[in-house]
Design a protein around this ligand. Structure first.
Ligand SMILES: NC(=O)c1ccc[n+]([C@@H]2O[C@H](COP(=O)([O-])OP(=O)(O)OC[C@H]3O[C@@H](n4cnc5c(N)ncnc54)[C@H](O)[C@@H]3O)[C@@H](O)[C@H]2O)c1
Length: 376
């Protein structure tokens, strides 16, 4: 199976490592890489292109991995579908519901698949949680929350022209804590809500904050109400105190479960979850060989609610994230490793996840009123 990678630097290196492992197992053959920047360590015999259209025409891959910046995803994905490829498209896949519909229609017309790079959906532990929720083993699900406390340094925001930006080349970039580095936390919660039969997200209330000179948030709180009444809250920061990798906390009338999604540790009544994950690229190739027998783990359709939330968080009318005053924020280290830390942030995150209240509703001193978007 001929595979190509578009966007070979940055996170593309992780894809190159995984592709090399699968090639060693005889699952695929890497035929080409494309990047507008020079590519290091090109494996022997692999063609290199600066234009993805030339790559598609010259090497005719069956499967293409797209790992370029978010605002470039849609045109590249449409070209690759037009060339008859199945896609592993990095998250966040597209900026809005219209682009989602365009991509879905193009995939249907081409008869090809789009798998989205939400690798945590392939976790067996996550699957065990989704099954328990779906089967009612935690009773009726009352709330879903996620909390994560990370740090990102100056170098992170200087690494790419789109980093920390809202618009590049007239297109929404989709950076910001909830829509990019912690997108997996949001997606895991949305998958729990889907398993609970919660229906579409219908209302989003959110507060976005920043601690540095960027156009997007590095700290964000979002409360989603679903059509059937379920409420979900995401509380995340990239300016955190002690590291919290990312918890998905599910509370039902019959029990509670906590999934640490980056490590797949699941704390839930019942037998322990199997370890490991279904690999998204391997799954896409298996699906291509046997569409009826092997379902996709992260098909584009499964990410529709995520894109609805992304659109509401990043759309043109949304207020710029509020800059938290220097009296509440400490700088730690020296550039380019300098990080910003909000005093007391972990307690604020925990309280929001526990109470489903936004910081402005809990009287947090640096908080500003929430913004509300109706999603239907
Ligand atoms: N699934 C995950 O856990 C995960 C982790 C990190 C990043 N990502 C996603 O991967 C994507 C890339 O992120 P990144 O941090 O590697 O970005 P990056 O900017 O560091 O790297 C992107 C690469 O794409 C190249 N590129 C840009 N436009 C191109 C084009 N038109 N054709 C070919 N190459 C092009 C750039 O030169 C760069 O080398 C984003 O969508 C990001 O959200 C996903």
């Amino acid at each position: 199976m001929k595979v190509a990678l578009i966007g070979a630097n940055g996170h593309g290196h992780s894809h190159r490592r995984r592709i090399a492992e699968l090639q060693a197992q005889g699952v695929l053959e890497l035929v080409a890489l494309a990047d507008i920047q020079p590519i290091d360590d090109v494996p022997p015999g692999v063609a290199v292109f600066t234009d993805h259209r030339e790559l598609l025409a010259a090497t005719r891959p069956a499967v293409v991995v797209i790992c370029t910046p978010p605002h470039t995803h849609l045109p590249i994905a449409l070209d690759a579908l037009d060339a008859g490829c199945d896609l592993l498209l990095e998250k966040p896949p597209v900026p809005d519901r219209q682009a989602h519909a365009t991509l879905e229609a193009a995939a249907a017309e081409a008869g090809r698949s789009v798998q989205v790079g939400f690798q945590a959906l392939g976790s067996y532990a996550a699957q065990q949680l989704f099954d328990a929720v779906h089967d009612g083993r935690l009773g009726r699900i009352e709330t879903v929350a996620t909390v994560a406390s990370w740090r990102r340094d100056d170098a992170y925001y200087a690494r790419a022209p789109w980093s920390g930006r809202r618009i590049v080349d007239g297109r929404p970039v989709l950076d910001g804590a909830l829509v990019n580095p912690l997108a997996h936390a949001v997606m895991q919660c949305l998958a729990v809500a889907a398993a609970a039969g919660a229906g579409e997200p219908s209302r989003l209330e959110f507060e976005r904050y920043r601690t540095r000179d960027i156009e997007v948030d590095d700290t964000a709180f979002a409360r989603i109400t679903f059509r059937e009444g379920l409420r979900m809250l995401a509380a995340v920061t990239l300016a955190g105190e002690d590291y919290i990798p990312g918890e998905v906390i599910v509370t039902g009338t019959g029990g509670r479960a906590v999934l640490e999604y980056p490590t797949d540790r699941l704390d839930m009544p019942g037998p322990p979850a199997p370890e490991g994950r279904i690999d998204l690229l391997e799954n896409l190739i298996a699906h291509r060989r046997d569409p009826a027998g092997v379902p996709l783990v992260a098909p584009l359709a499964r990410t529709a609610a995520f894109t609805t939330v992304v659109q509401a968080l990043t759309g043109p009318g949304v207020p710029v994230p509020h800059l938290i005053g220097d009296e509440f924020v400490t700088s730690v280290g020296t550039p380019p490793e300098r990080v910003r830390v909000i005093g007391g942030i972990n307690a604020v995150l925990r309280e929001a996840a526990e109470t489903l209240k936004l910081p402005s509703e809990s009287g947090v001193v640096w908080a500003v009123p929430a913004h509300t978007e109706n999603l239907v």
